[in-house]
Ligand binder design. Structure first.
Ligand SMILES: Cc1cc2nc3c(=O)[nH]c(=O)nc-3n(C[C@H](O)[C@H](O)[C@H](O)COP(=O)(O)O)c2cc1C
Length: 325
């Protein structure tokens, strides 16, 4: 189990924040499959305090996905504190501060991964946010700015000393983006240094790797990002493996029903036209590992309405079932 401040989570698995992906429909779909905690996309603190409609939409939540961590990014302590109050008032169970994003548009504002080069700023932000935050507070960091500036140790002590309740580490440097491999030894080091829970993240692409990360590093929780996008069932598969059961494999009809449910939720949230557009991208991911997926994906590139998309999906799954009989 994983405890974050006063929050007792039902297991040690966490869905990573992913911009453009972990919106409300996706989180609701994934939550059914087992992670104890799901996280929003990163939300601009400035956008929140300006009351920007588009930004406030990221706070939309549903009781079925609870507990929910809302991740904010920004660089001005007062703005971050005010945004925290907005996020908590909107129902966040955890506030998470992004201190690792490598995207240029975030870095140039001094937020995300840029904070790892500014320990004094980190102190100011965390002090302000901690005061404003009446729910558990977490931060998500990388291993440092670059191999020449591996600041994890210094930053993580600041984080712990200022009352943050848990720390997530994605052990790549900011300048690395997603290249190279996540260095899990950094997770082990942090776990040894800190008293607060450490959540490990990075390159967990299979159930056995999730268990390996936990065993090898001693981390308290494991956060999964990209693996959950193509294979949402990975959370159930990890639980099965942990309990010595056979690895859970969704049937074709289960996959088909999951995709349609996701589509219906997206339609309700985004409207039919936008849902059809977004769903094309999602289908690319869900059908990647299936036979003749490439031909199916080709056939959906021009489809703009829900009914045609669903009937094309039906035909594809029917052809898969016929070939397995
Ligand atoms: C498309 C995409 C969007 C992401 N957006 C965020 C984000 O908004 N906030 C954040 O802290 N990390 C973000 N990340 C990083 C992930 O949370 C995670 O740290 C990273 O993908 C490594 O974990 P993984 O190997 O399990 O994917 C994003 C990653 C991806 C692939």
């Amino acid at each position: 189990m994983l405890d974050i401040g006063s929050l007792k989570l039902k297991n040690w698995l966490v869905l990573a924040p992913m911009s453009g992906i972990t919106n409300l429909p996706f989180r609701l779909m994934i939550k059914k499959l087992g992670p104890a905690l799901v996280t929003t996309e990163m939300v601009s603190a400035m956008g929140l305090i300006k009351g920007q409609k588009k930004t406030l939409r990221y706070l939309k939540s549903h009781s079925d996905e609870k507990p929910l961590a809302v991740q904010i990014f920004g660089t001005t302590p007062e703005v971050m504190a005010e945004a925290t109050e907005i996020v908590v008032a909107a129902g966040a169970d955890i506030v998470d501060i992004n201190m690792g994003c490598p995207a240029k548009k975030v870095l140039k504002t001094g937020a995300g991964g840029a904070l790892l080069r500014m320990p004094e700023k980190v102190k100011e932000i965390i002090s302000s946010v901690r005061q404003a935050c009446s729910v558990p507070l977490t931060t998500k960091i990388r291993a440092g700015w670059s191999a020449d500036e591996p600041v994890t140790s210094e930053i993580s002590h600041i984080i712990e000393d200022l009352g943050v309740d848990a720390l997530t580490i994605h052990p790549r440097f900011v300048t690395q983006g997603f290249s190279g491999k996540a260095d899990w030894t950094v997770i082990s080091k942090l776990k040894k240094q800190l008293k607060i829970p450490v959540i490990g993240n990075g390159d967990v692409f299979s159930p056995s790797l999730a268990i390996k990360m936990k065993d090898q590093t001693g981390c308290d929780g494991v956060m999964l990002g990209r693996a959950a996008v193509g294979n949402p069932w990975i959370f159930r598969q990890i639980a099965a493996m942990e309990n010595g059961h056979p690895i859970y494999q969704p049937s074709l009809s289960e996959r088909r029903a999951f995709i349609e449910d996701h589509f219906r939720l997206l339609s309700a949230f985004e409207g039919e036209n936008r849902a059809a557009f977004l769903m094309r991208g999602i289908l690319l991911r869900y059908t990647k590992a299936l036979p003749r997926g490439a031909r199916f994906r080709e056939s959906i590139t021009q489809i703009n309405d829900c009914n045609t998309l669903i009937s094309t999906l039906d035909q594809y799954f029917l052809s898969l079932e016929e070939n397995t009989n």
